[in-house]
Design a protein around this ligand. Sequence first.
Ligand code: ADP
Length: 484
Amino acid sequence: VQYDSLIDAPRDLYVGGRWLPGSSGERFDVNDPATDSLLLQVANAGPADADAAVESAASALDAWAGSTAEQRASILAASVSVLRERADALTELITAETGKPLREASGEVVISIRLLEWFAEESRRLTPEYWPSISPGRDCVVVNEAIGVVTAITPWNYPLYLVVCKVGAALAAGCTVLLKPAEQTPLTALAFASALDAAGIPAGVLNVVTTDDPRRIGDSLLHHPAVACISFTGSRVVGAELLRAAAPAIKRVLLELGGSAPLVVLDDADLDNAVAGAVRARFGNAGQACVAANRIYVTPGIADAFVERFVEAVRGLKVGSPQDPTTDIGPLIDAAAAERLQAQVEAAVAEGALVAVGGGPPERDGGLYFTPTVLLSSDKVPSICRDEVFGPVAIITRCDSADDAITAANDSEYGLAAYIFAGDSRRAYDIARRLRAGAVAVNGPLTAEPQLPFGGVGASGLGRERGRRGIEEFQETKTIHLVG
Ligand code: ADP
């Protein structure tokens, strides 16, 4: 075993507070992207297991929703303590199943724990509102109550953080949860459940079902009458499918569907800062992030200098084993991702883009590595700009003016994140207001701040995660009119 943490890693379903092998006894493979080989096998849930998980969440609901904020907050706080004790093991598991460098995995653990801690604190402050009535002799109270059982479906790229975004908020809101993690990264989700179990979370409040075929258990995840809300992070195609599936019963659907974030560099930007910011925004997590800067637009006065320095910086990124502390870029998640990325690069080249550096996998054996790539385009909307690019590939387009760059930046169905680098901060703020996105970073990175809402406009999704708003998405509002 390459990673010590694998020896103790839970690999069964977590249902009703118990670890179960699943009704069929089947298991599926979890791979190490760094070597493209088997790590270990986990239980493969079938429909009966998923139904049992929904029912256990439903039977735990009244007690959890009806417990005091203090009780919920203390269990979440205890979970934070256990996660902190297990931070090293979680870091290893994240690296093992995603291939992300240990340094980035460790950062993910830190922000995940901080977010859960924030939800624990905020769950104590979810106060009702009192409103005086417009009629004499009346009082009005507005309370937020748990929506019910939540199905949370998470992707592989941030296997702990995105679990905490959903599960932490839902639990703080008084909901019980059925979590279905991505087939590539079930180990981190199971380790998270194990920490909450050790912290004393009541049976049934959190359930985790792992499978390599979500459609097999889709009926229970989506259509079971006890499921009130589906919270999903993943692809647009699957998001639309879930929205359709939830329509007949009018279930609430929260969607985080990725994006194609633009990054605009204006003539008066600080060049060093813009280059460093663009490298970080594009190549963090090997480019496998929904807020990654897919499209870089530069104005004439800075274009040549930016391209030269950016290409030089990208050439300096070190591709290698995620266990090597000097590695910047680990492998892609799987072979399908590598093929998709290669096809996107080839399509861009066919449409006229020039390869300034990279363009394909490095010459080495094993693994799913891709050389950090910079493409230069004269066309503002090649296909690679329209779609999400989940890998270490940047495309730079020269624009005629700031207005031209903003128009190009907004020319997308997506609207999750946008980046602007400019010297004049008042102008940068005005441009931030004009960019069509759920989050805009000015002269720096987007930071994962627990108190700030996060989500997209347009095809990037519905609803917001994190912050007070992220908890309220898992609640219904009730107005109580008191007479006399
Ligand atoms: P990605 O391209 O990031 O893998 P997907 O949308 O395919 O994005 O997957 C994100 C999550 O959605 C994963 O947990 C995956 O198992 C799950 N998923 C994929 N298809 C379905 C489906 N039809 N029903 C429910 N969950 C699904």
